[in-house]
Write a protein that binds this ligand. Structure first.
Ligand SMILES: Nc1ncnc2c1ncn2[C@@H]1O[C@H](COP(=O)(O)OP(=O)(O)O)[C@@H](O)[C@H]1O
Ligand SMILES: O=C(O)[C@H](O)[C@@H](O)[C@H](O)[C@H](O)COP(=O)(O)O
Length: 184
């Protein structure tokens, strides 16, 4: 792998995106972005009140994240992004920005400005809700987990993705992800 890439670490709230993504970026020596840091105040307030976000809330946030990824990759900087990216359309926006909205080029691999490698952290709601119940000092209420599962569209071919069970330890995941990234 030579050209700069963006690695998306995705999954429902509490699946481990921030933990895995930040360690991965450190391991690779790449920049790390946590999509949670880019939610507008209205989105945070909405989630804080226990109301799930909808497409209208998420799409401008995803456009902004696409711009950040593209700016980095265009300047030669590979990046890791931790972002829920629950729907296929959301991942297309991260890849293509506004052109995803026109759906002219819908499928990953077609005329992409940005190579996005997807790491999908998957696991049962019982395990993830147990972790959220213990997590302290975060704006996301654990009650929203079911809505995240309801919205989730797991990645599928032709998306370029690696699926990892949240049952694995983080230290076990990192070398697997590094291998995946290095062979792409
Ligand atoms: N693979 C893992 N094994 C055990 N605990 C984990 C694992 N990944 C994350 N955690 C813990 O689960 C909680 C949620 O992780 P976090 O990274 O905040 O998830 P997300 O960013 O997807 O919401 C945190 O308390 C974190 O320490
Ligand atoms: O698209 C969304 O609904 C949000 O991005 C959501 O998925 C995310 O989970 C929250 O921002 C909370 O952050 P954590 O994922 O860190 O719990």
């Amino acid at each position: 792998m030579e050209a700069p890439v963006a690695v998306l670490v995705m999954g429902v709230s509490g699946s481990g995106k921030s933990t895995v993504g930040s360690l991965l970026a450190t391991e690779l020596g790449w920049k790390f972005y946590d999509a949670d840091d880019y939610h507008p105040e209205e989105n945070r307030k909405k989630m804080g009140k226990g109301i799930p976000l909808n497409d209208q809330d998420r799409i401008p946030w995803l456009f902004n994240l696409h711009d950040i990824l593209l700016r980095n990759v265009s300047s030669g900087q590979s990046v890791v992004l931790a972002c829920s990216a629950l729907k296929k359309m959301y991942r297309n926006i991260l890849r293509r920005g506004e052109s995803a909205a026109t759906q002219k080029y819908d499928e990953p691999g077609e005329k992409e400005e940005l190579k996005l490698l997807v790491v999908y952290l998957n696991g049962p709601s019982e395990v993830i809700s147990g972790r959220l119940a213990k997590r302290k000092g975060h704006f996301m209420p654990p009650e929203l987990l079911q809505s995240q599962f309801d919205t989730l569209e797991p990645p599928s071919a032709p998306e370029n993705f690696l699926s990892l069970s949240v049952d694995r330890s983080v230290s076990e995941m990192i070398p697997i992800i590094v291998d995946y990234v290095k062979t792409k």
